[in-house]
Design a protein around this ligand. Sequence first.
Ligand code: ATP
Length: 488
Amino acid sequence: MKSVLIGSGLAMVMFLWLNGINITPVFIAVALIFAVLYLMPGQGQMKLTNGGSSRDKSSNLNFDQIGGQDVAINELQEALQFVMQPEKIDHMGIRPLKGILLAGPPGTGKTLMARAAANFTSSAFMAASGSEFIEMYAGVGAKRIRQIFSSARKEAKRMNKKSAIIFIDELEVLAAKRGSNSSHMEYDQTLNQLLVEMDGLSQNKDPRILLIGATNRADLLDPAVLRPGRFDRQVQVDLPDRAGRAKILFIHTQNKPLDPDVDLDDISRATFGFSGAHLESLANEAAILAMREESPIIKQNHFREAIDKVMMGEKLDRQPSVSEMERISIHESGHALVCELLEYGSVASLTIVPRGKALGFMRRSPQDDQYLYTYKELEQQIMTMLAGALAEELRFGSRSSGARNDFQQAWNVAREMISSGLSSLGVVSDDSIPTDIIYKEGKRIIDSAENKVQAILDENKERLFELATCLSLQESIGRPSLEKILYQ
Ligand code: ATP
């Protein structure tokens, strides 16, 4: 059919040309039609990732390759039984599950879990991101929703599978509370179409379709999406704990030559708050550092440096002036001295080599994961943060703008103390407490911490200055040198 049309078109053009008729407008019209049809696929078509093809390595992904998410994986596997045992479900008259929502911070493995779920249930897999459904043209998003459901059905049939999993990342973009977007008609139409398709899943069971949505902001989702019969199950995918981090590091170092002395458990202790994606990047950076040094194996110190790089960014060539270096040295020494005197062994290293946005920084020793803090512990955190600026003042008689971030963090901790009912205000309601009262109480906490830091620094002036001198000469100081300078 296509070739007949092309042939007739060409014959018509030849005919017009031989009869001396100007055919330029015809060419322009054909070029425009071609551009609209082929060069702008966004007009109604979307790029779908088919995770189920046999050429795709990730289709072999299984739950063992996901670390630190045992609870979430158990919950997900339990929900997946609905897809795997349809006869039992029908027999018991149970309403089939249509959607599972994976909620949690970025980089914790939600996409991995959806892919592993497809493999686990032997389903075809289609992936798309919420933002791919949203276009400025009305009706395009709804069309794309219909398209992904029909593609999933076709793909399952083509692969001879009984079920298909559709994974939609960034679900909050597509399924935010209705009326919350400025061009809300298009957003609302898209979301309505998703709800219509989900409602239709119970009638059309061949193949069975399960939707897995992922979001970092479950609070933004429209309540209609979460109601029973839609995304019935919510699985929380949180940041991994210490054992989870060690498992993820293990997974991502399997293909890397490690020094037998590398202690992944120690690295996992030093990476509280890292997501799976951070840990993958950490293992990768450690390997790059080893390669740069032409070391055939990756050593513990490569991992240590990679932690700094993942947290703070790449080392910079920028060289501060001599006077700035002296100021940065005393500033970092102030942080380190106070932190160490408040808790012996708490400082791992300090450096004045600029990295990312930081001109220098102090690294704390690996600690056990901690989720609760007492007043004293929070106050000590504030004291360590303030110590940089106070050390500068003690040495040079003035502070600098380098302490801005420290002060911001100190205020955040003070605010946390007030909200948690730990301050002298007692139990407060965040919503109704006047800002001037918060300010006064925050200031009182900071001033009291400042006085304590001042006393520590005055009493240990010699040690502080010696540490700063060594730091400006050596640029970086590790734990053994720190012990010598402070305690011998
Ligand atoms: P986002 O919310 O930003 O889409 P996500 O939660 O979907 O993130 P993934 O895309 O699954 O995160 O993870 C990104 C990468 O991080 C993975 O390809 C993998 O290398 C690594 N990763 C994340 N979490 C884990 C984990 N739990 N176990 C092993 N690797 C992980």
